[in-house]
Structures are given as C-alpha cells and as structure tokens.
Design a protein around this ligand. Sequence first.
Ligand SMILES: Cc1ncc(COP(=O)(O)O)c(C=O)c1O
Length: 474
Amino acid sequence: MIDALPATGVPAAQVLAELRELRTADLPTHGGRLFAYVYDPAVPGLDGLAQAAHAISAHVNGLDPTAFPSLLAMENALVGAAARLLGGGAETVGTVTGGGTESLLLAVKAARDARPEVDRPRLVIPSTAHAAFAKAAHYLRVELDVVPVRADLRADPAAMAAAIGPDTVLVAASAPSYAHGVVDPIVEIAAAAASRSVRCHVDACFGGWVLPYLRRLGADLPAFDLSVPGVTSISIDLHKYAYAPKGVSVLLHRDQSLRLPQYFAYADWPGYTMINPGVSSTRSGGPIAAALAVLRHLGDAGYLDLARKTREAVVTLAAAVEATGGVRLYAPTETTVVCLAAEGETDLFVLADELAARGWHTQPQLAYPGMEPTIHLTVTAAVRSAATDFAAELAAAVAATRARGPIEVPQDLLAALTPEAITPELIASLAEGMGLAVGGPPGPMAAVNTLLNAAPPRLREALLTGFLSLLQHP
Ligand SMILES: Cc1ncc(COP(=O)(O)O)c(C=O)c1O
C-alpha cells in the first residue's frame, strides 16, 4: 500500500514518478479504444490547456461567489453557453454542478421541494433512465415509478402519462439514454407533464453537448431541449461530450422560480450562513476553469468538427458490427453509442473479454426484463482514427469467442447466493475463486459477468457492493 503520510516528505519529482507508475495499471484514457468512462477529442494540446487552467483556479472556493467573483463569472459563462446550445431563453438560469448525478439529484430536489404539500412525492421515469435517478429518489425519499420503454427502446409517452398521479412531482426522460443512445420522445412526454402541471426534466447529461451539433450536421433527431414546451429543466455534463476534465455538469432551469427550491440555505447556527445551490459546499474552481478553457479553445466550430468525427466513427463501427456474423446491432445508432448483442454461438461476455485482450475495452450491460445483455460502446471523436481497425479485430474476437464456447452459469452457486447470505468472507472467497485480482488491473470478466447476468438485481447489487467494499480497504 502507498504510504500517503511518510515520516518525512518525498521529493516532488519522485512523487510524480510514483503517480505516473500507478497510472500504468489503468485502462487507456486516450487513443479511442476505451468505450466507456472517458471522452477523448484527440485534440493536440487540449489536455495541457485544461491542466494549466485547472492549476490557476484549483484553490478558489465555490463556497462563496462574492469572495471569488472569478468563479462566479466562469460559472455564469458556462451556464450561458449551455443555455444557448440547449434552446434556453432570456429567463433561463442554471447551476454548475460536479457531475451528472449531482445535476439529476438537484433536479429531483427542486421538484420535490417545490411541492411541500405532497407527503409522498413521486418521480416518473422510463426504464432506460440513468441509475442516478434511482439514487436521487433514494437519497431524497422520493418514490420511483419506472415505466417500461417501448420495443424500440424509447420511453412510451402514453404509458408515462398514465403513470402521472397527484403525487408526481417530476417526470423525466433521456436525450439520449446512456445504455442505448436513443432519444426519448421529449415533445410528447413534456406535453403530458405540462398538462398535469408537473415539472419535466430532460437528462441530456450524456449526449446533450453533441446532439445539437449532430442535428446541425443533418441528423434526423427529435427536439429535446428547452425549446420544447413543458420542459422545465435539462442537465448536460461538460465532462462528457464537451470534453472537459471530470467534475463539471450544468443543470438548467427554464426560469429562476423553478430553480429556487433547489437551493439549500441555513442561517441557524453560529457560523456563516450557508447558501448552496448544489450538494457540496466547498468546491474547487479547478474543474470549472478547466471546462471554460476547453470550451473557449474548441469553440462552436470545434465542437461541430468533433461531432462530425464522432459520427464517422459510429458509422464505421456500426458497419463493422453489421458485417460480422455472430453479433448484431441492438439499438439504432442514431447518436454516439454503438450497442451490440450476440447471436447464435457467440457468448457476449466472452466476446467482451476477447475484445479487451485485443485492446478494445467495451462495457458489458447485463440483461434487463425484455432486454438481452449487450455490449455498449460510447464513441468519441478519438475513436475515428482507431475505428477502421475495429472490423478485423471484431471478427477475430468473435472467432476466438466461438472457439472458447459459452460460459456455463454455476447453477449451484447461484442457488446458494442470496443478498442476505453475502458476507465479506464469502465475497473474498468468491473473488479469489473467480480470479478477480483485488487492486490489480482488470482481467477476464466473463465468468463474473455470467454470474451477475443470471442474478436478480438485488443480488447483483449485494455482490458488487461487497466486492467494492473488499477493494476499498482500509
Ligand atoms: C444519461 C446520463 N445521466 C446521468 C449520468 C451520470 O453522470 P455522472 O457519472 O457524471 O454522475 C450519466 C453517466 O453516464 C448518463 O449517461
């Protein structure tokens, strides 16, 4: 284990060398071969610019914008840019948050606290909505009404309208969804919410920064932003397709009155009066300055170009999937996601391992009622130069997968596992038995994914929580 508090200090050069050495165990954040977690525009010099900007504002504290007007100015600029991109008007206001989950949490909080008369507030979402809504509902004690999506993987506006009741404080949908990259019918959903005087949030955290550019490039995508009547708020992550370093998202509200219940204020203690728009109080200015630098450096024309490159990569990858026996596209490739399923003898989870062994790091998605397991590829601009190699490697990975044959679910093990039976000792022995390296780089995951795929959601949660707890030690 690293000694984070050595008896005497370590020279700066050595500390940096150690950090670089640690990073060698990670998946590659650049190069267009990691299809989740990271967003790489492959723009020379952009990382250096973001790092320099981060350093300038790292010690500025967002706790009090009157003490640090630089941060206020930067945040207002980011909100203004997001509003301009997403159909905002003169009344639009927003908040810079630390990420998509925080933006969604705050959208739910604002909706809940705007309706104090509702004892048991409820939130209506399609089944493809991001898990952060479930987290928000859990943290804020809001009941979740999950409405199955249609066969085309999009939210069902009629079913969502039918799910709205007197206690519904918010209806939400995605533009686009993370798992499949498809845009929900926001116009119809927002109209249904508005007709019941209920707020409607659009989760554009994932693709919000790229959708407007795809539309400008001619993509036939439906309206999804604040220009749609009935949309009351929208979230957009700058650390995704705006290509800013991690830690920046924006939550926009149609007007100030809608945003006010989002704030937390407390003056009833002997210290400073705390007024926070978001979850954290002390916040570093670093990520915000870095995001501003990235936006200003790329500019509107830069983002249009990156969207074009991303689409070219999507088209190349999708063609590779269509040309390869044993796999097929699972969802329409209308935005920046390629989602594929296995066919015939191909074991999807073995395929993910075979791709990883060839340096293509994808994200397996487990089965969900009415949906088979899939492999998810988040495609960014950096993928374009790597994409042409993908077809041959996918074919080779499928061939190797077929040669290995499917992984069998250990039925006796599955039968013995229940959420209640999970103990730290059981998790440790399972991890060892399945060859999971604790603290090492990720190895083959097919056996683990097969087990998780066969497990019900509560068991998946218990197993993965136990494993994370095992990793996070002490
Ligand atoms: C659609 C959508 N919403 C919300 C989130 C949560 O964002 P974050 O991981 O920044 O908290 C994500 C993350 O992938 C997302 O895709």
